[in-house]
Design a protein around this ligand. Structure first.
Ligand code: SAM
Length: 253
């Protein structure tokens, strides 16, 4: 039987790998990479290569790189993502069928944790359900950017006995602004926090966590929003990509 590992590698620094992830890396025969087009991607590839150089067994594995399909512009966001996943499923099934021998272990390195805003697990399950390839698979959890944000700002995610939500700017738009209480926002990179600058919210913002460009900003959103939006815009323009995450927390008197 072939085996596929989805290994969570944490959000950007080799120190964020768990012991389980490191042990798993050492069992891998073939690492698969789906590379996206676009400026700045070399840096993300370099981070993953650094992780392999530090932890994987160099005499054992080989890497296979395939081009990630472009995101479909189909009818609406959800339909677009579904088409995109279908295209990726065809590519990943092809990789498993053609590049992995029976008894071998293949792996995808998943940024952060595989269960959080990452499509690979869904795609793998879809490949199996549709019989596009046959293999066993395992998920190795990783430290998420959510945990890293909290640790770097030295904050609790929940308030005593309270809750927090993890969301995206698109989903947050469905919540009335005055009902946002304690929300971690991911997948932004366009300074959507600026929409809420009239609210009594504090922001705890982190960009490029775990990398040499890590930036942390926190305080009153009303005061910070214009400069922070400009900082995010500049960072994205200079590097060609921006990974940022933030907690919006309603201020209690
Ligand atoms: C496709 S999602 C992947 C999330 C990942 N699976 C996780 O567990 O954190 C990418 C988003 O995660 C957040 N993110 C991931 N790594 C980050 C980092 N090093 N610094 C800041 N945000 C990060 C950003 O919100 C980014 O837009």
């Amino acid at each position: 039987m072939k085996k596929l590992l989805l290994i969570g590698i944490g959000p950007g620094h080799p120190d964020y790998l768990t012991m389980q992830a490191i042990k798993a890396l050492r069992t891998v025969d073939v690492f698969f990479f789906l590379e996206k087009e676009g400026r700045g991607k070399e840096e993300l590839i370099q981070i993953r290569n650094d992780i392999l150089a530090e932890y994987a067994d160099s005499g054992r594995y080989r890497s296979v790189v395939a081009k990630s399909p472009p995101r479909s512009a189909a009818q609406g966001y959800e339909a677009g993502v579904r088409d995109w996943y279908d295209d990726k499923a065809a590519i990943i099934a092809g990789l498993i069928n053609d590049e992995l021998a029976d008894g071998q272990t293949g792996a995808f390195l998943i940024w952060g944790d595989p269960a959080l805003y990452d499509g690979t697990l869904t795609i793998v399950q879809d490949i199996l359900a549709r019989g596009l390839a046959a293999f066993d698979y395992e998920v190795i959890p990783g430290i998420t950017s959510v945990q890293t944000l909290a640790a770097r700002h030295r904050i609790m995610l929940n308030r005593v006995g309270g809750e927090f939500t993890v969301t995206t700017p698109r989903a947050l738009e469905r919540t009335p602004a005055d009902q946002i209480d304690n929300a971690v926002v991911m997948l932004d990179s366009n300074a959507a926090f600026a929409r809420y600058a009239d609210q009594d919210l504090d922001i705890y913002w982190g960009a490029y966590l775990g990398t040499r460009d890590e930036t942390l900003v926190s305080g009153d959103l009303k005061t910070l929003a214009p400069d922070l939006a400009e900082k995010a815009r500049q960072a994205r323009a200079e590097k060609g990509w921006l990974f940022d995450i933030y907690l919006l927390r309603r201020r209690k008197d």
